[in-house]
Design a protein around this ligand. Sequence first.
Ligand SMILES: Cc1cc2nc3c(=O)[nH]c(=O)nc-3n(C[C@H](O)[C@H](O)[C@H](O)COP(=O)(O)OP(=O)(O)OC[C@H]3O[C@@H](n4cnc5c(N)ncnc54)[C@H](O)[C@@H]3O)c2cc1C
Length: 740
Amino acid sequence: MDGYGPFAEDLPLATPAEAAAETWDAVIVGAGPGGSAAAIELTRRGRKVILIDREDFPRDKSCGDGITRSGISQLKRLGILPALTDQQEVEGVRVHMRNRGHRDFRYEGEDDYGLVVPRLILDDCLLRQARAEGAAFLPKCRADDLVTDESGTVTGVTARMQDGTTVVLTGYMVIAADGAASRLAKAAGLRETPEQGYGTALRGYVDGCGDTPPLLEIMLPLTDVTDRYLLPSYGWAFPTGKGTANVGVGLFCRAFDANVRTLFDQFLDVLRKDYPEYSGIQLSGTTLGAPLRFDFAPERAAHSGLLLVGDAAGLISPFTGEGISFALESGALAAQTTDRCLRTGAGPWVAADDYALLLGDRFAGYFTLGNRASRRYEFIWRVLDDTFESEKPVHNMLRRAVLVPEGTGGDVESAMLDDVSPLVRVPEMPLGDDLRDVGARLNHIVRTDWPFLTRMFFAGKRADMVAFRPSLLLLLTSYLGDVEAKRRRAAATALELAYLGFLAQSGIRGIEAAAATADATANWGDKLGILTGDYLLAKAHEVGARDCPDLVPSILSAMASACEGRVSELRTAWQPDMAVEKRIAQMRQCMAAFFRLPCELGAMLAEQNDLSGALRDYGENLGLAYLLNEDELALDRPPGSTPFASDLSSGLFSVPVLEAAQRQTGGAAVRAFLSHRDPARFLAELSPATRHIKRRKLPEEYRDQAIAALSPLPRGGVAKSLSALAGYAVSRQVPKRRVL
Ligand SMILES: Cc1cc2nc3c(=O)[nH]c(=O)nc-3n(C[C@H](O)[C@H](O)[C@H](O)COP(=O)(O)OP(=O)(O)OC[C@H]3O[C@@H](n4cnc5c(N)ncnc54)[C@H](O)[C@@H]3O)c2cc1C
């Protein structure tokens, strides 16, 4: 296959005789993404590796060809990206809900993108890279069975060449990357054909597409032949460039009475009928189907001398059907484990235990939750369906969490550090290490217990929010005393969890829904919001109870106060004549609690009771300065899915809007808003009045009060940093110089 990649054409293939004569460090069965990734990682570590596949390459493989950004980072590490520069880039995911329009979930980072690469090309590139790095390759060689020693440890495989000759390959480790139907997993007793965690998908290529967006398009929901019943399934159309696309359907349940080929034909009809850009599509080439296996369980991923990788281990996302990135990552983990055990002289059973633990830590939560929650695919569909029109930030986060969950390996801690480093100056204190540790704890908690929530932490990545994360304020103020690292880090983690829990629950919209219709049914987005909030609060309690139990009551009472504040806000919603002072008092009780609390807790930790009052004042005024300034800034932004717009659509007027509404003569805009409840229109009509009141006076007053409250603090890094944060709350000017 020519035309892509800087790969040599003339690398020699292994011969069966050579392959059998050698004792390999690893015998890798299957040269898909999982097998080739393992081979690359092992050869880079100087290991002797043979890769076999029953097919010759390049070979096709049934797949949607979509690679999300976590797959991209794996490919980057493997050195494959330069070979893929001609392939179709995508900017994120577009979800269509039939008859209800679409929503885009774009990758947010600067270098974030995805790719659509036909597997004919991708798998060949990966294999070529493995061979270029030194892996031997034996094509047209089908592994038939495992070879074991008297203790039951796997020591190799028996395989059959296409001409019928057999060959025995032996090595320290067998890595089975032989796909969803894994013969070797079955031979080891690691896989019965499951009823749960098993689906089917079918894809074809089409040409004749019109102007399609550079996005992975997912079409929901699909219905049965009668067009009456929703199926646990989805359709996709992924652009492959020049008016072509990979289109297909996935059915997330085996027992379900639906035929995937009929579903595929129906889906093509829907595409042609409902989507103008696909109205002229024609199938080109053959359609290919294959199983989707998402029944991963760590205890079934390894056996002494045998590690399962990718689809063989059931590692396909039960949420999205994505499997390439899991195959690449598990391949790399299998290679690292094998290499480490060879280096330390550990037996292959140790490698099996280590690998199962590693995979469990990395994926078990995601798959357990995914399989439970997305059973019959109703969960995602219901959350999407119930929140599709909602602009609530919490719903946006939850939609992203269930749909684009691939950020589970995210690097939250370093993002946080990068964003705050120019503002805080405590060179004598290990703020960088502390923040990194808190980030790692948060990551670990959500990754193992409830991984898709990692996305919620990413939501706090925006620089101007990160600077006011409670953990930062708590750590800074705790530096006023000599606090044990473990204690302050646990307190910061617990507080961060409680804060996110509060955010999740305070954003729900059940109250409005219930008010709007007498028979309102519970909303799935709200249910998930409440569940998420409860989970986070329980975790906050657990983390705090272990290392800083004395602080837990304060956290809980601040939460209670914040909740009361929220209830008071909701009770007085839709009142444009409310007194500004009252609104500020509500803000003080509700959100400002999360600025006040960390400062107070920091003082408690540092045993600086004398400074507690000052820090409390500082925190509360800082919170008000920040929140009021946010509201003023929001007036200049289009009301998208910002907390501001969502508050407004819930009838909670910010102070600037309240002032403008009261100032506006005749009250036409307010009346229009109260009848249409349309934030964009309301803001447009109010804009002359809001221009008048935008003076930044109030935020500046609170900023000054915050800074004044710092006067009893000893001079030094802590006071300087807190003062800089207060200035930043209003000016949003970040010094250029980094100090951490
Ligand atoms: C229709 C469909 C659409 C999909 N769409 C996407 C998508 O858009 N994005 C995404 O990320 N994932 C998608 N997936 C999932 C993805 O295809 C798999 O998760 C991925 O291919 C797993 O890689 P792997 O290396 O584990 O296995 P595979 O890619 O299946 O590779 C296994 C290899 O082992 C070889 N083999 C099998 N048995 C033997 C044997 N006994 N001896 C020797 N060799 C053997 C095979 O020839 C093959 O080359 C889709 C799956 C399907 C079915």
